[in-house]
Design a protein around this ligand. Structure first.
Ligand SMILES: [Mg+2]
Length: 268
C-alpha cells in the first residue's frame, strides 16, 4: 500500500508523568532511553516546568538514574528566553521560580517598567502583591507571556493549581490575551524541531498530557504517542473527538523499543 506518511526522524519525550512520576523514574525508562541512544534516533526531552532551571533538570534526572546532558533538554523557560532574545526584548518581569533565572542570561530581570511579563510556575509565591505588580506592568504596556497555561498538576501531595489559573487572572484583569510559549504552543514544537534539525511532521511526541503533549503535538503536525502514566485519564482519551486523540497509546515509555514509529500514523 502506498503511503505519503513521512518517516519519523526524531522524538520529543515529555518528562513529568512520562519519564518520571514524583521523584522516581517510571520503571523501564532508563533501559528504553539506552535503547533509543543505541538506535541513533534523535530525541529531546521536553518540559513545561519553570520550577527548575535546565541545569537542575539535568542533575535531578541523573540522580534518579537517567544520565542526560543539557543539550538533550528543552524546558519552557529556555524556549521563552530564546523567544524573547529573538524579538530583541531587553527586560522582563519574571513570575517563575528563582531557580530558573539562570536560563534568562542576557535579558534584564526587573519589576520596574519591564517590556514583558512572563508567568510560569511560582506555586505559593503567587501573592496578591506580586500579581498586582505584574498587573501594573501590563497596564503600563508590558507584553504578557505565559510559559504554559496548565490548569493543575499532580505532585505527591495531591492535585495542585498550576500556572494557568494565574495567567487567566492577569488576562482577565488586563483585558489582553497572553502569548503562550511552552507546550501546547506550536512555536514550542517548532523550536524543538529546529534543535533536532528536522521538520515537525517527521517528529513524534510521547507524553502523558492530552492537552499539552497530544493536542499540542497534533496541532503542530507531529505524530502523537500517549503513555498510561502520569496524568493519563482513560475516559478523557477515549472521549477525544477524531483528530484530537493520540495516534497510539502505550503503557509507558518503557515500550518505546517495541514501537514501529512509521506504522503509527498509517491509520490517521
Ligand atoms: Mg507530563
Amino acid at each position: 500500500m502506498m503511503s505519503s506518511t513521512p518517516q519519523i526522524r526524531g522524538l520529543l519525550i515529555d518528562l513529568d508523568g512520562t519519564v518520571y512520576e514524583g521523584s522516581a523514574l517510571v520503571p523501564g525508562v532508563a533501559a528504553a532511553i539506552e535503547w533509543l541512544r543505541d538506535s541513533g534516533m534523535p530525541f529531546l526531552f521536553t518540559t513545561n516546568t519553570s520550577r527548575k532551571s535546565r541545569v537542575d533538570v539535568v542533575s535531578d534526572l541523573t540522580r534518579m538514574g537517567l544520565p542526560v546532558s543539557a543539550e538533550e533538554i528543552l524546558t519552557a523557560p529556555v524556549a521563552a528566553a530564546a523567544w524573547l532574545r529573538s524579538r530583541g526584548t531587553g527586560s522582563v518581569q519574571l513570575l517563575v521560580s528563582e531557580s530558573t533565572y539562570a536560563d534568562f542570561e542576557g535579558i534584564a530581570v526587573t519589576d520596574r517598567d519591564p517590556e514583558a511579563v512572563l508567568v510560569g510556575d511560582l506555586g505559593s509565591g503567587f501573592t496578591f502583591e506580586l500579581l498586582n505588580s505584574a498587573f501594573r506592568s501590563l497596564r503600563a504596556g508590558a507584553e504578557l507571556i505565559a510559559i504554559h497555561r496548565n490548569r493543575f498538576w499532580l505532585p505527591e501531595t495531591g492535585p495542585t493549581l498550576d500556572a494557568g489559573p494565574f495567567v487567566a487572572a492577569l488576562e482577565y484583569a488586563s483585558g489582553r490575551p497572553a502569548t503562550l510559549i511552552g507546550k501546547p504552543a506550536p512555536a514550542f514544537f517548532e523550536m524543538a524541531a529546529g534543535l533536532l534539525d528536522q521538520k515537525v511532521d517527521r517528529l513524534a511526541v510521547i507524553g502523558d498530557d492530552l492537552e499539552s503533549d497530544i493536542r499540542g503535538g497534533r496541532d503542530a503536525g507531529l505524530t502523537t504517542i500517549q503513555v498510561r502514566t502520569g496524568k493519563f485519564d482513560e475516559s478523557m482519551t477515549r472521549s477525544s473527538p477524531a483528530g484530537r486523540a493520540p495516534h497510539v497509546v502505550v503503557e509507558s515509555v518503557a515500550r518505546l523499543p517495541e514501537l514501529n514509529f512509521d506504522a503509527i500514523r498509517a491509520a490517521d
